[in-house]
Design a protein around this ligand. Structure first.
Ligand code: FMN
Length: 113
């Protein structure tokens, strides 16, 4: 199964998490910077399994993540998982409603402190 892990990281926690995840998964696994995709219009996602790894900012996903995910086109039946890194309090309920609105696919969601 081909996996793409899309990450955003300012201080390195989420990048480290993305790399550890990639190393632990079977099959091809690409680690891709969301910041590098931010200026693209339509982003075709050709992976059967897609991961997002990013920090929580103010109890929410950073604007860059939200803006980039909106432009991504997933294949039908793509399995999506999300790992959010945080330091104090993830304000989980606020965040999960935002994620649900953006991703119409079913997904698994994890928080890492
Ligand atoms: C602008 C900003 C806002 C943040 N807001 C939160 C927050 O609301 N809750 C929390 O637990 N951590 C918050 N943090 C901490 C980061 O989520 C945490 O340090 C994360 O692991 C950083 O990931 P990175 O190293 O990949 O950039 C915030 C950090 C920054 C810079």
């Amino acid at each position: 199964m081909k996996t793409g892990i899309y990450y955003f990281s300012a201080t390195g926690n989420s990048l480290t998490t993305a790399k550890l995840l990639a190393a632990s998964l079977d099959g091809q696994c690409d680690v891709i910077s969301l910041a590098a995709l931010h200026n693209k219009q339509d982003i075709e996602v050709d992976y059967e399994r897609v991961g997002f790894v990013f920090p929580i900012y103010y109890g929410d996903m950073p604007y860059l993540i939200r803006d980039t995910i909106r432009k991504m086109k997933f294949k039908q039946n793509t399995y999506i998982f999300i790992f959010k890194t945080y330091r104090g309090h993830p304000m989980y309920l606020i965040h999960i409603s935002e994620t649900t609105r953006l991703l119409s696919h079913s997904y698994a969601d994890f928080c890492l402190k």
